[in-house]
Write a protein that binds this ligand. Structure first.
Ligand SMILES: CC(C)[C@H](C(=O)O)[C@@H](O)C(=O)O
Ligand code: SF4
Length: 467
């Protein structure tokens, strides 16, 4: 019987599936970071349990790190963050786990460095105590975010209790307009299907528009699957996947790689495989997308206007739209391109890979950030940072007036002191725009790196196609 990619990976990892019980899944790779692991390790200590397979676990420090160049532990913003960082260091040492620390040359956001270092490989099950673990699914991985008690369970047993998710195929067809990227596609999909469309599902993104994306673009899409409510996002492996993985630090090499590559491609969903739910999204001619509200489904065309709550289908939606407009300090009918911004943030596990920085730098080159706009670039990893420096991208950003930072989650979540002030408006390449996400009272607009760059230069939302 034809199977989906998800079913193939599930079938090779399920270790126990008895009627009336929650299935138990073997976990190949466990990534962990300082924000969600302290209680898990404390639990192991309390029960005097070792980590079952330490070599499968990699710890990284990303959420609380300062991003100022030359950062040191004394630069960490608050004592709570310092405790998180030091606790991660202690736990890694005490439990025999590899740590990629704050000043490690491979440091970066966990979802950027997993694929980048070949720690996450096609066909694996990957977990991390972090919702955007879905990002790794772009390589054909069942990658799922877990809670802290599950982190403890996986550390102790290498297994995860997981209700089998339903499968969803989102077929994306068509060719978007020039300058329109995976981020715009992701926003368009959530705008169209809603923020809970994926509930209890693992989404496979397929179709010609997905095939045309680089792995970086596919990661952006899978990253945002969580914002569509899904448990995970995936893309079937193909030649693009194989070439992305080839030569990565922890990927297999030589003959072993060639043999693995054959198997990875066989993971692709079989023709005729049945999904529980199927959607088709047409992105032919799609224009750049911008979130205007307080969830990632409240999205408008860059060429459009802010929607009018009066047009809402029901009173509840109307109230939600009104509240979002109020928080965002916007009025219905206002032209998107007339809205000025205070801050531009290029970073986060959604859009801080080398391809993102190349695209953004392409729009910035030879131009200047508008007066009164604070613009920062926070590369997703120190490897991305070094590569961007070698390619001259860092210099382009600096000359244009961007701050060029070290790697971390930074203003995506504002846990490290990089944050908006109340009332500030930000064009951000991150994935979440709920109230206060980038700092209390801050106003977040989710955009692509291209739109962020064009907006930094214009000082208001700008259409990359007319820069
Ligand atoms: C801190 C962590 C629990 C959180 C997540 O799970 O996603 C963070 O990474 C986020 O993006 O909100
Ligand atoms: S960059 Fe943002 S979304 Fe990604 S893991 Fe960090 S805080 Fe979460």
């Amino acid at each position: 019987m034809p199977r989906t990619m998800f079913e193939k990976i599930w079938d090779t990892h399920v270790v126990r599936d008895e009627p009336g019980e929650i299935p138990m899944l073997y976990i190949d790779r466990h990534l962990t970071h300082e924000a969600t692991s302290p209680q898990a390790f404390a639990g192991l200590r309390e029960r005097r349990l070792p980590v079952h397979r330490p070599e499968s676990v990699v710890a990284v420090i990303d959420h609380n790190v300062p991003t100022m160049p030359g950062r040191r532990l004394v630069d960490v913003i608050d004592s709570q963050s310092t405790v998180c960082i030091e606790t991660m260091e202690d736990n890694a040492r005490d439990f025999g786990i590899r740590l990629i620390g704050m000043n490690d040359e491979d440091q970066g956001i966990v979802h950027v460095i997993g694929p980048e270092l070949g720690l996450s490989l096609p066909g694996m099950t990957v977990v991390c105590g972090d919702s955007h673990t879905s990002t790794h699914g772009a390589l054909g991985i069942f990658a799922v975010g877990i809670g802290t008690s599950e982190v403890e369970h996986v550390l102790a047993t290498q297994c995860l209790l997981q209700q089998k998710p339903r499968t969803m195929n989102i077929r994306i067809e068509g060719t978007p307009a020039h300058g329109v990227t995976a981020k715009d596609i992701a926003l368009a999909v959530i705008r169209r299907l809603g923020t809970d469309a994926g509930t209890n599902h693992v989404i496979e993104f397929s179709g010609s528009a997905v095939r045309a994306l680089s792995i970086e673009g596919r990661m952006t899409l899978c990253n945002m699957a969580i914002e569509a409510g899904a448990r995970a996002g995936m893309v079937s492996p193909d030649d693009v996947t194989v070439e992305y993985v080839r030569g990565r630090l922890h990927a297999p090499a030589g003959e072993l790689f060639e043999r693995a590559a054959v198997q990875w491609k066989q993971l692709a969903s079989d023709p005729g495989a049945r999904f529980d739910t199927t959607y088709e999204v047409d992105v032919e001619g799609l224009v750049p997308q911008i979130s205007w509200g307080t969830n990632p489904g409240m999205v408008a065309d860059v060429t459009g206007t802010i929607p009018d709550p009066a047009d809402a289908a029901d009173p509840a939606t109307r109230a939600a739209l009104e509240q979002a407009l109020e928080y965002m300090g916007l009025e219905a009918g206002r032209r998107v391109q007339d809205i000025p911004v205070d801050t531009v943030f290029i970073g986060s596990c959604t859009n801080s890979r080398i391809e993102d920085l190349r695209v953004a730098a392409g729009y910035v080159a030879g131009r200047q950030v508008a007066p009164d706009v604070r613009a920062i670039v926070v590369p997703g990893s120190m490897r991305v940072r070094r590569q961007a420096e070698e390619e001259g991208l860092a210099e382009i950003f600096r000359q244009a007036g961007f701050e060029w930072r070290e790697s971390g989650c930074s203003m995506c979540i504002a846990m490290n002191g990089d944050r908006l002030k109340a009332g500030e408006r930000c064009a951000s390449t991150s994935n979440r725009n709920f109230e206060g996400r980038q700092g209390r009272g801050g106003r977040t607009h989710l955009v692509s790196p291209a739109t962020a760059a064009a907006t930094a230069v214009a000082g208001h939302f700008a259409d990359v196609r007319h820069l």
